[in-house]
Design a protein around this ligand. Structure first.
Ligand SMILES: Nc1ncnc2c1ncn2[C@@H]1O[C@H](COP(=O)(O)OP(=O)(O)O)[C@@H](O)[C@H]1O
Ligand SMILES: N[C@@H](CC(=O)OP(=O)(O)O)C(=O)O
Length: 554
């Protein structure tokens, strides 16, 4: 979408310039933009002007200037004190007081950076909270107190407060609230997905309070934020909510507004949001703090988003399968999104979306090994030397073989199949077709999330509908091996991959190739999805690990 805006009475005609082309002159601001979303305008404007002189609405091809007030003079030369980047630290990076101290040192070791810090819950707190919730349903109210997970969480957070030398009062209310909530679950004998989200929110609420208190204690001014209080507006899909567009201007307004007043390092809870209808706490799916980080990066138009993990960046394959996996130095947003979507735990599947929209580089680094270069994820990269970049194994996938009951040459079959999925609100992952049949995969994680399929016979219902037009074979517990590589080398990759599959005794049940048109007429990377029987899983793992010699860095 191309838009032109009139700011300070200076007309910028409909030029298709990047949203970063904002020229400041003595008479005003010349601004023109090629917009991917309305927040690009909000971001640029809010960073440049102190007041809300401009309120702009962008919808489809329409751009309206809603409000124009007298504008304060901007400090265009800059105070040198703008927030510069997001630094997100996952559970393993903040698992103990010692780790939190290391993270604080790490942040302070970048004197030129003024980061927004995003934290996950400490260590395995989220898992412990979920287990405590499950147990509370059946354990009886009087036994809640002695739930080992509750004791563990209390002990971990109180000990951390002591070891950090901060007041336990910063988390006391939350520990008490958690206890009461578990009693409530126990009384109701029910744990709904809404309550589940409220329950796990205690993890991030406490880790951020402890860390922020510690930064203040060591003389580094910090301010804690609960994401659900600063405008992280989401859908009401509890346990797997999606960020809504309104989030960007709201988050930007709060964080930049507060920062300009007090220059306190914002420490924000990852993973959490607020449902737009329910106003209840939601979560963004497991690993959702990555998405919180990229959303903030885009909202504030920061220079870089750093995601600090316990590995040296995105690796050529899962190090739990092949310990010799190596770090991939560069990836594109699209490659990283494919990796994440098809099972590489290292990044949240949707986390690349805001970064790509805002064109903000994402750097995946190791908080245990900060000197390692990590992985830089950007819009494009040099593919000339790339062959096979990464291999991902996704387990427990459901596959459907759907063969038309009509003869060759009949039209409308594919349309009918996909209409059925659309009507049921189920998204399809990988597809391979012939004239009369179609094989496709569904991700059970997504399947369970849908209202339509929350009954015990979810899949039966899908099959029932499709059987009206086709013969359907339901194959469960399959695995997908996804190969992300250079499209120019696809025959070479396929040749080598089939050698590896054959020598490991893996029979391919379905194969599909997707390609990304990252730049016009130029296919940069391919994804090959190879479906194998779950019975071959161990061989599949062997296959992923023996495929190591195919990757770029080898
Ligand atoms: N391709 C991959 N590259 C890097 N790590 C991977 C990959 N596949 C799986 N992993 C696993 O992902 C983990 C990091 O993700 P995660 O635990 O979510 O990090 P954090 O909690 O720090 O955000 C690693 O410890 C590693 O075991
Ligand atoms: N604590 C949440 C959110 C998160 O992002 O965690 P991590 O960054 O440790 O993957 C989870 O465990 O899912």
């Amino acid at each position: 979408m191309t838009a032109s805006l009139q700011l300070y009475g200076v007309q910028a005609p409909g030029l298709a310039l990047s949203s970063k082309r904002l020229e400041f002159g003595t008479k005003g601001i010349n601004f023109s933009a090629t917009l991917t979303s309305s927040c690009a305008i909000f971001r640029t404007v809010e960073r440049s002007c102190r007041n809300t002189a401009l309120r702009v609405s962008c919808e489809a091809a329409r751009v309206d200037l809603l409000e124009r007030k007298e504008t304060e003079t901007c400090n265009l030369s800059g105070t040198g004190k703008e927030l510069t980047c997001v630094m997100k630290f996952g559970g393993s990076s903040v698992a103990s007081a010692e780790r939190m101290k290391e993270i604080a040192n790490l942040i302070l070791s970048f004197p030129d950076e003024r980061p927004v810090v995003v934290l996950s819950a400490m260590g395995k707190t989220t898992n412990k909270l979920l287990t405590a919730g499950e147990k509370a349903v059946t354990c009886g109210v009087t036994n809640v107190e002695s739930l080992e997970e509750l004791s563990f969480i209390k002990e971990l957070h109180l000990r951390t407060a002591h070891e950090l030398g901060v007041e336990t009062t910063v988390i006391a209310k939350h520990l008490e609230g958690l206890h009461q909530l578990l009693k409530g679950i126990s009384m109701m004998k029910e744990l709904t997905s809404r309550t589940r989200d409220y329950l796990v929110s205690f993890g991030e609420c406490m880790s951020t309070r402890l860390f922020s208190a510690y930064l203040n204690k060591i003389g580094h001014k910090a301010r804690q934020y609960d994401a659900f209080e600063i405008g992280f507006i989401t859908t009401d899909d509890f346990t797997n909510a999606d960020i809504l567009e309104a989030t960007y201007p709201a988050v930007s307004k709060t964080l930049l507004g507060d920062w300009s007043k007090e220059n306190a390092v914002p420490v924000v809870t990852g993973f959490l949001g607020k449902g737009w209808r329910s106003c209840a706490i939601t979560t963004l799916g497991r690993g959702g703090s990555d998405l919180t980080a990229t959303t903030i990066g885009k909202a504030l138009g920061l220079r870089e988003i750093q995601v600090w993990k316990d590995v040296d960046g995105v690796l050529t394959c899962d190090p739990n399968i092949y310990p010799g996996a190596q770090s991939v130095p560069y990836l594109t947003f699209d490659e990283a999104a494919e990796l994440a979507y098809f099972g590489a735990q290292v990044l949240h599947p949707l986390s690349m979306r805001p970064a790509r929209d805002g064109d903000i580089p994402v750097r995946v680094k190791n908080s245990y090994n900060p000197n390692a270069p990590g992985t830089v994820i950007t819009r494009s990269r040099d593919m000339s030397k790339a062959v096979l970049t990464s291999i991902v194994l996704k387990r427990n996938v459901t596959m459907l073989d759907i063969a038309s009951t009509r003869m060759l040459g009949q039209y409308g079959f594919l349309a009918k199949v996909f209409t059925t999925f659309e009507d049921l609100g189920i998204s399809v992952d990988v597809v391979a077709t012939s004239e009369v049949s179609i094989s496709l995969t569904l991700d059970p994680a997504k399947l369970w999330g849908r209202e339509i399929v929350q009954r015990a016979n979810e899949l039966d219902h899908v099959v029932e509908e499709l059987e009206k037009i086709a013969v359907v074979k339901l194959l469960q517990r399959r695995s997908i091996i996804s190969l992300i590589g250079n499209v120019q080398k696809s025959s070479l990759i396929l040749e080598k991959v089939f050698q590896v599959l054959r020598s490991n005794g893996v029979n391919v049940q379905m194969i599909s190739q997707g390609a990304s048109k990252v730049e016009i007429c130029c296919y940069l990377y391919i994804c090959l999805y190879i479906m194998i029987n779950y019975g071959f899983l161990m061989n599949g793992e062997a296959c992923v690990s023996s495929g190591k010699h195919l990757t770029d860095s080898e």
